[in-house]
Design a binder for this molecule. Structure first.
Ligand code: AMP
Ligand code: GLY
Length: 428
């Protein structure tokens, strides 16, 4: 690979990818940037190309034709499907910033993740993995737990594979239904877990697969559609960083008990992992425990993490993908960042698309990261998804940053626009 002007292909089309594109475009080392497929906002930072992130042969052809040096998968699908291994086996001279297919099982299989944590004594909820053959053992295990009961489809289920059930008989019935195919093949194995009570936060780590790692700013996202954390789960309605309860003492525990054992465990087991690790954590009376691993950045957490990251993301990801983070410092801006997601009315259920978005040009206090937008042939920006635009602001405090984002949100208009008015409220 060349050492100057790194040509980057970023895969994905959401607010996370808009933010990564924004950050990458600030790097003096960036050559060309393509986003596949991108959205109505990413074409400001690079060129959108109509390729599906899981279409590896099409990506390979594009890489060869355009001299791509670095592929950055934004979402989990290409990683779980093995994009790293595909390019490792190909004769193409390109780096992939992400884990191997084996490493991506930390997200792709909850059973694999739980077994990994238990091998490395990483704190997490007690669990039992159950298949149709071991249903009775699952019922016995449920009877040892207290309400509520947590049932998780082993495989990817578009964020819908986790059930939290109050009543024991209902839990037994749901366990049966899951094993019978409620989430297709994803729930052929079900992980039953003890319920943990506490506040959640998201910790992001970049690792080079050789024991080297850097901890990125910690964030908290707001998953429910309604204010006060009520209603259906969404992809995320907003996020804040930093997270006041994730103080130095807490983060030291996270590093000692979770991050280092994870990074060292991957290396010791020979699992190739050069990329982001997303730790979904819960603070149980001051003690961090792992709720889940993801093998990518979070969305909308990226929209508050990247603005606080100082330095050159291209350089950082090249070093990660080469397996050598040594000597690469990471500086975090102490200023707060928040994002408020503006969504289409009806989301996460049915919603309209193609609504013209007005007022974007009036926003000057915030950075707009497009999520579900597209650009019409005559240049209008219209809605094309449930989550439409992430409105990110900086500030000395979370409160100041939130004031800015809410002022900006008020300037953006489209039919049936919705947003939560209580992002970060618990911290001010
Ligand atoms: P996951 O897909 O594993 O992140 O689960 C989705 C959500 O379910 C999490 O963000 C938590 O809010 C909740 N959850 C998952 N596992 C547990 C658990 N063991 N105890 C309490 N809540 C949980
Ligand atoms: N915000 C949670 C996620 O990206 O999975």
């Amino acid at each position: 690979m060349k050492t100057e002007n790194v040509n980057v292909l970023l895969l994905g089309s959401g607010g996370r990818e808009s933010t990564l594109a924004w950050k990458l475009s600030q790097s003096p080392r960036l050559g060309k940037l393509w986003i596949a497929p991108g959205n109505g906002g990413t074409d400001v930072y690079g060129e959108n190309v109509a390729i599906k992130p899981t279409d590896f042969p099409a990506i390979e052809a594009f890489v060869k034709a355009n001299g791509v040096d670095l592929i950055i998968p934004g979402n989990e699908d290409p990683l779980v499907e093995g994009i790293y291994d595909y390019f490792e086996a190909s004769q193409v001279d390109v780096l992939v910033a992400g884990p191997s297919k084996e490493g991506a099982r930390l997200e792709g299989s909850k059973d694999f993740a739980k077994e990994f944590m238990s091998r490395h004594s990483i704190p997490t909820a007690r669990h039992l993995s159950v298949t149709p053959e071991t249903y009775n053992a699952g019922v016995d295990f449920l009877e040892t737990l207290q309400s509520p009961y947590v049932l998780k489809a082993d495989g990817l289920a578009a964020g819908k594979g986790v059930l939290i059930i109050d009543n024991l008989d209902d839990a037994k019935r749901s366990l049966k239904e899951m094993l019978d195919g409620m989430f297709g093949k994803s729930s052929a194995t079900v992980v039953i877990e003890e319920f943990l009570s506490g506040i959640e936060c998201s910790v992001f780590v970049l690792t080079d697969g050789n024991g080297g790692y850097r901890v990125l700013p910690v964030a908290k996202d707001y998953k429910r559609i309604g204010e006060g954390d009520k209603g259906l789960n969404t992809g995320g309605m907003g996020a804040v960083s930093p997270v006041p309860f994730a103080d130095e003492v807490f983060m030291q525990k996270v590093e000692d008990r979770i991050i280092r054992p994870t990074v060292d465990g991957l290396k010791a087991e020979g699992i190739v992992y050069r990329g982001f690790i997303f730790l979904g954590l819960i603070n149980v009376d001051g003690e961090p425990m792992v709720i889940e691993y993801n093998v990518r950045m979070g969305d909308p957490e990226t929209e508050v993490v990247m603005p606080r990251l100082q330095g050159d993301l291209v350089q950082l990801l090249v070093n990660v993908a080469r397996g050598d983070l040594a000597g690469e410092p990471l500086t975090i801006d102490p200023e707060a960042a928040v994002t408020v997601m503006v969504v289409s009315g009806g989301y996460p259920g049915d919603y309209a698309k193609g609504k013209v978005i007005n007022g974007l040009e009036n926003v000057s206090d915030s950075t707009l990261f497009h999520a579900g937008t597209s650009r019409t042939p005559d240049g209008e920006i219209v809605t094309s998804g449930g989550r439409v635009i992430a409105v990110t602001s900086r500030g000395e405090t979370l409160e100041k940053a939130l004031e800015r984002s809410y002022r900006s949100v008020a300037l953006i208009n489209f039919e049936e626009k919705y947003f939560r008015r209580d992002i970060g409220n618990e911290f001010i």
